[in-house]
Design a protein around this ligand. Structure first.
Ligand code: COA
Ligand code: ZN
Length: 325
């Protein structure tokens, strides 16, 4: 009998978003060559998809002002999807020119968050993104939509599941998006809510690619991920080191950490196709590049069976203990 506790080799795909969702929130500008090296390391480690950068305004997100160079100069590994976030037609044209495999369109299921983040109503965003989708179709580039605040908005509170599914319907059925990412932008999701939304989505759009995106803001990231697996999801956004957080969402913090997720899923028998050691090596490079520590735990604690040296006084302690009979 299969259960979430026994993955039985079931395939779960990692979509690495640290280079976008992560770096957009950092004060430090990570040098372009280091960004390219990190994306290359993530490709080699076995990420299924990498959100490489965002083609947004350089004034709004200075950390990603080198989007073109990064997207053009990464080494592309066959089979890996190289995606980029785009907020408008200008961003879409830039992303297509830089040879992105996929445009990740972004809009919020919450009106307040959409206005705060994108300075448009949801209706205006949808109209702009319709033009982006048309451009992508002409260029033969895939479209994914990342819907922010699907599990709650830090300014409005509950976002009804019907609102979320209505926007999914417009993007999938009207615009022909190939994929949807349900985003828990500020860590408001909880397991039964996740299960219900993933089940509803899967029941209505069995053939549409579904990704789920959790932030660990309230310590529920991995629990939500397991709930989503139980409900039929198999593709997850996560970020190296647990980098991340939306600059326009109060109290936001990092995504579920990629290497912690891969470590946990491997213990449970899931096949992520990711080389954990290689992923940890990449994560270890981050603190020096961004100038602070990161929430990822496996890099600090080691994998479950990574052994630690015995204390220096171990032999003396043992001798004393044995001497006491
Ligand atoms: N690429 C490059 N520059 C862009 C751009 C894009 N995709 N979209 C807008 N700009 C530029 C404009 O040309 C303008 O530059 P200028 O002042 O030198 O003329 C500047 O950004 C601001 O544009 P403005 O017209 O005031 O706003 P807008 O409504 O066109 O742009 C956004 C709004 C949302 C596109 C812009 O604020 C943005 O990119 N924000 C980042 C959103 C984001 O990434 N959030 C986190 C991820 S969810
Ligand atoms: Zn996010």
């Amino acid at each position: 009998m299969s259960s979430i506790w026994h993955g039985e080799g079931r395939r779960v795909r990692l979509c690495e978003v640290g280079m976008r969702d992560g770096l957009q929130n950092e004060a430090a500008f990570v040098p372009t060559a280091d960004k390219i090296d990190l994306v290359d390391a993530l490709s080699q480690a076995g990420a299924a998809k990498i959100e490489v950068t965002a083609f947004v305004s350089a004034q709004a997100i200075p950390a990603l002002r080198d989007a073109e160079v990064v997207m053009r100069e990464i080494r592309r590994r066959p089979g890996v999807v190289y995606s980029a976030l785009v907020p408008n037609v200008r961003g879409a044209q830039r992303a297509i020119d830089a040879r992105s495999d996929e445009l990740n369109l972004v809009m919020s299921a919450s009106e307040s968050h959409n206005l705060a983040n994108l300075r448009m109503t949801r209706g205006q965003s949808f109209a702009a993104l319709s033009q982006v989708a048309a451009l992508a179709r002409e260029a033969g580039v895939a479209v994914n939509v990342s819907l922010s605040c699907c599990f709650g908005c830090p300014m409005e509170g509950e976002v009804p599941a019907t609102t979320v599914l209505d926007w999914c319907e417009r993007f999938v059925d009207e615009l022909g998006a190939q994929g949807v990412t349900l985003c828990d932008t500020t860590g408001m999701a909880y397991p039964p809510q996740v299960q219900a939304l993933v089940r509803d989505f899967r029941a209505r759009w069995p053939a549409t690619a579904l990704t789920v995106h959790f932030h660990d803001t309230r310590g529920l990231g991995l629990a939500n991920l397991l709930a989503a697996i139980d409900a039929g999801a198999d593709c997850f956004d996560a970020s190296l080191g647990g980098l991340g957080g939306c600059p326009y969402a109060p109290g936001a913090s990092g995504n579920v950490c990629s290497e912690d997720m891969v470590h946990a899923l491997a213990l449970m028998g899931y096949d992520t196709g990711v080389d954990l050691h290689a992923l940890m090596n990449a994560a270890e490079r981050l603190p020096a590049l961004i100038g602070h520590d990161l929430p990822g735990q496996i890099v600090k604690a080691g994998r479950r069976l990574d052994l630690h040296p015995l204390p220096d006084d171990f032999e003396a302690t043992r001798a004393r203990a044995l001497g006491r009979g």
